[in-house]
Ligand binder design. Structure first.
Ligand SMILES: O=c1ccn([C@@H]2O[C@H](COP(=O)(O)OP(=O)(O)O[C@H]3OC[C@@H](O)[C@H](O)[C@H]3O)[C@@H](O)[C@H]2O)c(=O)[nH]1
Length: 349
C-alpha cells in the first residue's frame, strides 16, 4: 500500500467513502468509480438511501456496505473521505446526541483506521465551525462564534471536535489528514425532503406551495453547486502542500429572501413568500474566503447560482416522489430560542 505520493505512482487507489450514499458522498463515489478507483461506500441510510448509488451497484470497482461509523470498521485502503453525518439542521437536530456521536466517534474510528493502515483521511468539516460569524467573509484563521449548548451545537461542536481529533491524530500519530470546511451546497442528488433551504424552496415552488422564509430573510448564505464542491474536495485530497483547514464554497452571497425570489423565477411558480420564526442560533451571515483554495489548490467554483439553480430545478422536477420518504418530521423553525425557553420554564414549573 502506498501513501503520500500514491496518486502519482498508483493511479488506482482503494478509497473508503463514509456517508457514501448521501448527497455529497454519492457524487464523490460516482467520480471515483469513473476514475477507476476501487470504492467502498459505507452508509447507515439515516438521511440517505440506496437509490442514490443505484447506478453504481454492480460495477466491479464499487462496493456498498451498510455500516454506522459510530462503531469501528476495518478495511485495507489508501484514502478515506469521512463524509458521514446528517447535515441538514432538521435532521441533525432530530437526534442531537447521535449527531454528536457520529461526528466524534465517527472521526475517531476513521482516524484510528487511517493510522492503522496509513491511509490519508479527508474530514468533511463545515462552515458551521464559524457559528454565527462576526467577520465576513470567513477566513480559515477565524475561530468562530459558536454556542456550545444551543440547538445547533450537536453539529457545530461535533464537527469542531472532529477537526480537533484530526489535528491531534496528525500531531500525535503522524496521520496524513486533510480538512475541508464545506459551505452550503446544492444540486442534483439532494433529497427532496432534505429540509435545507434550496430543496425546500424549489420543492415548494414546483408544487405551488408557500415559500417558507424563516425570519425576515435578511440572513445570508453562499451556495456552491455540487460538481464544483466535489472538485474542490478531490483537489484537496490529492495534493501535498496543505493539510487544511481549507474553505470549499462559492463566495457569491445571497439573502434568503433573494433565494426565495430566484426559486420562484426559475420555476415560473405562482407561490407566495410567507415568513416563519427564525430557528435558534441561525447564523446571520455566511460567505467563504476562498483565497487559500485558490492559491494552494488552484480551485474556485465555476458555476454561479443563476446557472446552477435551473439544473437543480430540472432535477427536482424529474423526481418520482413516491420513491422518497421523509427522514424526520422535524422542522428547523420550530427549534427556536423562544420555544427552548418555554420548554425550560415549563419543566421548572
Ligand atoms: O425552509 C427554509 C429552510 C431554511 N431557511 C433558512 O435558510 C438558511 C439556510 O438554512 P439551511 O437549513 O439550508 O442550512 P444552514 O446554512 O442553516 O446550515 C447548513 O450549513 C452548512 C452545512 O454544513 C450544513 O449543510 C447545514 O448545517 C437559514 O437561515 C434558514 O433559517 C428558510 O428560510 N426556509
Amino acid at each position: 500500500m502506498s501513501n503520500g505520493t500514491a496518486e502519482k505512482k498508483d493511479p488506482y487507489l482503494r478509497v473508503l467513502v463514509t456517508g457514501g450514499a448521501g448527497f455529497l458522498g454519492s457524487h464523490l463515489c460516482r467520480r471515483l468509480v469513473a476514475q477507476g478507483h476501487e470504492v467502498v461506500c459505507l452508509d447507515n441510510f439515516f438521511t440517505s438511501q440506496k437509490t442514490n448509488v443505484a447506478d453504481l451497484i454492480g460495477k466491479p470497482n464499487f462496493e456498498l456496505i451498510r455500516h454506522d461509523v459510530t462503531t469501528p470498521f476495518f478495511i485495507e485502503c489508501d484514502q478515506i473521505y469521512n463524509m458521514a453525518c446528517p447535515a441538514s439542521p432538521v435532521h441533525y437536530q432530530y437526534n442531537p446526541v447521535k449527531t454528536m456521536k457520529t461526528s466524534v466517534l465517527g472521526a475517531m474510528n476513521m482516524l484510528g483506521l487511517a493510522k492503522r493502515v496509513k491511509a490519508r483521511l479527508l474530514q468533511a468539516s463545515t462552515s458551521e465551525v464559524y457559528g454565527d460569524p462576526e467577520v465576513s467573509p470567513q477566513p480559515e484563521e477565524y475561530w468562530g462564534k459558536v454556542n456550545c449548548n444551543g440547538v445547533r451545537s450537536c453539529y457545530d461542536e461535533g464537527k469542531r471536535a472532529a477537526e480537533t481529533l484530526c489535528f491531534d491524530y496528525h500531531r500525535q500519530n503522524g496521520v496524513d489528514i486533510r480538512v475541508a470546511r464545506i459551505f452550503n451546497t446544492y444540486g442534483p442528488g439532494m433529497h427532496p425532503y432534505d429540509g435545507r433551504v434550496v430543496s425546500n424552496f424549489i420543492m415548494q415552488a414546483i408544487n405551488g406551495e408557500d415559500i417558507t422564509v424563516y425570519g425576515e430573510g435578511k440572513q445570508t448564505r453562499s451556495f456552491c453547486f455540487v460538481d464544483d464542491l466535489v472538485d474542490g474536495l478531490m483537489k484537496l485530497m490529492n495534493q501535498t502542500s496543505t493539510i487544511g483547514p481549507v474553505n470549499i464554497g462559492n463566495p457569491g452571497e445571497f439573502t434568503i429572501k433573494q433565494l426565495a425570489e430566484l426559486a420562484i423565477k426559475h420555476t415560473g411558480s405562482s407561490s407566495k413568500i410567507v415568513h416563519l420564526p427564525l430557528p435558534g442560533d441561525d447564523p446571520q451571515q455566511r460567505k467563504p474566503d476562498i483565497t487559500k483554495a485558490r492559491e494552494i489548490l488552484g480551485w474556485e467554483p465555476k458555476i454561479k447560482l443563476e446557472d446552477g439553480l435551473p439544473k437543480a430545478v430540472a432535477y427536482f422536477s424529474s423526481l418520482d416522489l413516491s420513491r422518497f420518504r421523509k427522514p424526520t418530521k422535524h422542522t428547523a423553525h420550530l427549534n427556536t430560542d423562544a420555544q427552548a425557553a418555554d420548554a425550560s420554564r415549563a419543566s421548572k414549573a
